[in-house]
Design a protein around this ligand. Structure first.
Ligand code: KG4
Ligand code: ZN
Length: 351
């Protein structure tokens, strides 16, 4: 199948062309610099930027892929979750194009696209869903932290999620407290490399052996706030900021890695995956690799270019689900800004 895919759920405008399980072209236009001035994503601005860039990005990828619009066999878009107006731009553009071309419009769940992105290999980037084995997936994005037991394509069950702040949110909010620019994750990643992760002991929430498989990161954020209230001069000293970054990152990574490995072992799952923006984090990738090695588990990480939001993962999943008869065209589907992944749970997938 040849399809055009749109991703506009947050602050990246992305369009991709997929042909028979392969990414032929994928462009991502990030709005990060625009939102950085406001210290976070401004929803109205995000939607306007998507509107401004989507048509030219679509023309660009089609030209790059040497595909004419009439050759497209389907159009895919993210339906949710995400920012309402931002989602609306991508979904309605996809539906309009699908209507004009008399092709199906395939609607994808944003987290389901992240969930399967570790099963894409390259270059060139290709879906490797045939190789998919039962596994325990960690999805760590800006707004969500989830553990998902996966037994096959489209067969999964959410077994843990965040009770308050997500891991990405914790990176972004603590970076803001430290006076660092948005998005904080990549900045903390960079500064932490030169800091001492043992300089500050921040809490490791819900880490006890009998704790549920959910996450909670708001206490860690509060601990950083108290630390800076008691030592306001800390943000003036680059060496101290690096130590704080390293200690914050160490706390987040330890919680993510320990809980992921434990959940996999409890369910007898021998493969672990990680995806979503925070899975770019170098310490997380390193610690997951070491933990898996120590416990004899296999690890698959999403390719770095597919960790953050992109249309390639949306298109690849849309095509695979459509081919498997699990997804059909939904001409009039509306956006689902709060669509929980758990709504798509397949009973028994966690066993
Ligand atoms: O998946 P994503 O691109 O967007 C959402 O769907 O939310 O994730 C964005 C999140 C942001 O919170 C950003 O700070 C975080 O991913 N992030 C990182 C790194 N790169 C991006 N966090 C830690 N270390 C990184 N290297
Ligand atoms: Zn995302």
């Amino acid at each position: 199948m040849i399809l055009l895919a749109f991703e506009t759920s947050c602050d990246e405008t992305s369009v991709a062309v997929i042909r028979h399980g392969e990414v032929v072209a994928n462009v991502v236009s990030s709005q990060v610099r625009l939102h950085a001035d406001y210290g976070g994503v401004v929803p109205e601005l995000a939607a306007r930027e998507h509107l401004r860039h989507l048509p030219q990005l679509a023309r660009l990828v089609l030209r790059e892929a040497r595909v004419e619009p009439r050759e497209l066999e389907a159009v895919a878009a993210t339906r949710g979750p995400g920012l309402p107006n931002a989602l609306m731009v991508g979904l309605k553009a996809a539906q309009g194009l699908a209507f004009a071309l008399e092709r199906p419009c395939l609607c994808v769940h944003h987290h389901e696209a992240h969930l399967y992105s570790p099963w894409v290999a390259g270059p060139p980037l290709r879906a490797a869903f045939d190789a998919l084995e039962p596994h325990l997936a960690l999805i760590v994005s800006g707004g969500h932290t989830m553990l998902v037991a996966v037994h096959g394509l489209g067969r999964h069950e959410v077994i843990g999620s965040t009770l308050d702040d997500a891991a990405g949110e914790c990176f972004d909010k603590t970076a803001k407290l430290l006076g660092l620019p948005y998005p904080g994750g990549p900045v903390i990643d960079r500064l932490a490399a030169e800091g001492n992760p043992r300089s500050h002991q921040f809490p490791r929430p819900l880490l006890g052996g009998h704790e549920p498989e959910d996450f909670s990161f708001s206490g860690l954020k509060t601990a950083v706030r108290y630390e800076l209230r008691d030592h306001p001069q800390a943000v003036e000293n680059l060496a101290t900021v690096k130590d704080l970054c390293a200690s914050i990152q160490a706390a987040i990574v330890e919680v993510l890695v320990t809980k992921t490995l434990r959940a996999a072992r409890r369910r007898g799952l021998r493969v672990i995956t990680a995806s979503g923006g925070v899975s770019c984090n170098r310490a997380l990738r390193r610690e997951l690799a070491e933990g898996c090695r120590n416990h004899g588990l296999a690890l698959r990480l999403a390719p770095p270019e597919l960790c953050t939001d992109n249309a390639a993962m949306v298109g690849l999943l849309a095509e695979a689900l459509a081919n498997a008869g699990q997804l059909g065209g939904e001409a009039d589907a509306d956006i689902r800004p709060n669509w929980p992944l758990a709504e798509k749970n397949t009973p028994g997938a966690a066993r």
